[in-house]
Design a protein around this ligand. Structure first.
Ligand code: FE
Length: 222
C-alpha cells in the first residue's frame, strides 16, 4: 500500500535526478512486467548457509514502493557488480518460499540498486539484473553495498530494490535494508526491520548475508 511518504520518495527521486538530466530521459515510469521465463531454473547454489535461514509459516515478506528507477529487460545474471569496482563486495543468498515455507523453484528475482555514489544507472544496467531460483528455491546475488541518497530532502537509507515472482504467484516489489546502517535506517520512513538482510560472516573479500522471501500465493492453499 502506498502512503504519502511513498509518493514523495518516488516524486522526490525523479525530481532529484531531473536536476542533472532531462526528466524525460530519467523517468521511465512503470512498464509492463518483463517477460520472465518461468520455465527456467537457476543454477544450483553451493555453500549457502541454510542452517541460518528461517521461515515463519504465514509471515509474508512486506511489500514496498517500486520507485521510479526500475528498468525493464535487465540482464540475466546473479552478479550485478560494476566490473571496475571491487570494494564493499556483498553476497546475499537465500530462498524464495511460499507461505508454508516450501521452496519455489524457478521464481524470478529482479534486483536494482545504487552505486557507490548513491546513483542509479538510468542508461544501462550497472547494478541491475534478474535471476531464477534453483530447484530448491535458492538464489544468490553478488553485488556491492548500496549507498544512500537524498530526494527532496528525504533521506533514503541504503537499500536494494527487488521484484520477486514465483511461477504461480503475484509479483512482489520490495526493498532490502542493511542491519549496520542503524542511524540512516532510523531516519528513513521507508525502512522496515522485517526487510533487513542478516550478515552471515565473511568469505574472503565478500561479506555474506542471507534473506528469505516469502510470497503470497495467488489462490487458496491446499
Ligand atoms: Fe531506491
Amino acid at each position: 500500500m502506498k502512503n504519502r511518504r511513498d509518493v514523495l520518495f518516488g516524486l522526490g527521486a525523479a525530481v532529484l535526478v531531473g536536476g542533472v538530466a532531462p526528466l524525460g530521459l530519467v523517468y521511465r515510469g512503470r512498464s509492463a512486467d518483463p517477460p520472465y521465463d518461468f520455465g527456467r531454473i537457476g543454477p544450483s547454489i553451493d555453500g549457502l548457509p541454510v542452517e541460518d535461514l528461517r521461515c515463519t509459516a504465514g509471515t509474508l515478506t512486506p511489500r514496498q514502493i517500486e520507485g521510479p528507477f526500475y528498468n525493464p529487460k535487465t540482464p540475466l545474471r546473479g552478479d550485478i557488480r560494476d566490473p571496475f569496482i571491487e570494494k564493499d563486495l556483498l553476497v546475499i543468498a537465500g530462498r524464495v518460499l511460499d507461505p508454508q515455507c516450501r521452496p519455489l523453484a524457478g521464481a524470478v528475482l529482479d534486483f536494482w540498486q545504487t552505486d557507490h555514489a548513491g546513483r542509479y544507472d538510468q542508461h544501462g544496467y550497472r547494478y541491475r539484473g534478474h535471476q531464477y531460483t534453483d530447484a530448491e528455491g535458492r538464489f544468490q546475488l553478488v553485488t556491492v553495498r548500496p549507498h544512500p541518497y537524498t530526494a527532496m530532502s528525504l533521506l533514503r537509507s541504503p537499500h536494494i530494490h527487488v521484484k520477486v515472482q514465483g511461477p504461480a504467484t503475484p509479483l512482489l516489489a520490495t526493498q532490502l535494508y542493511l542491519p549496520d546502517a542503524e542511524e540512516l535506517n532510523a531516519r528513513d520512513g521507508g525502512y522496515d526491520p522485517l526487510l533487513e538482510i542478516r550478515y552471515a560472516g565473511q568469505d574472503g573479500p565478500a561479506r555474506r548475508a542471507i534473506f528469505d522471501f516469502v510470497l503470497a500465493t495467488a489462490g487458496p492453499t491446499a
